[in-house]
Design a protein around this ligand. Sequence first.
Ligand SMILES: [Zn+2]
Length: 150
Amino acid sequence: MQREKIVETKICKHCSASFDITDKDLEFYQKISPIFNWEKFNIPAPTLCPDCRQQRRFSFRNERKLYKRKCDATWENIISIYSPDKPYKIYNQDFWWSDKWDPMDYGIEFDFNKSFFEQFNNLFKEVPKRDVTKWTALVNCHYVIGIWDC
Ligand SMILES: [Zn+2]
């Protein structure tokens, strides 16, 4: 097995820890860099250390706190990982998985004159989300997250 070669050592912009960028990291970023209209948009090497990147990814998740709110489709009371003051559309599990709404209704063309994050934020607010992350075969399991066959 070939070892990774350190290409660069950087200082984290957030916590000032030093971290290495390897040839395998750069290979990976090159591989996942998107192509739009036959133009490749290279993803740059990270500016945050692995720990800070992981913290940032986890800040996007909530698996520890549940809220009572209304389903934005059926208006029934639900338990959700999203608090009622969040600007998102939240559907209960059964409705979200049903054919009663069409995710394709939310499709929009990417506008290269606007920032990606502005467009992503607008889309993220518009597209309905599930109340909590649960999988199949759950019976009377309203207060669980990330579980299945219970
Ligand atoms: Zn850091």
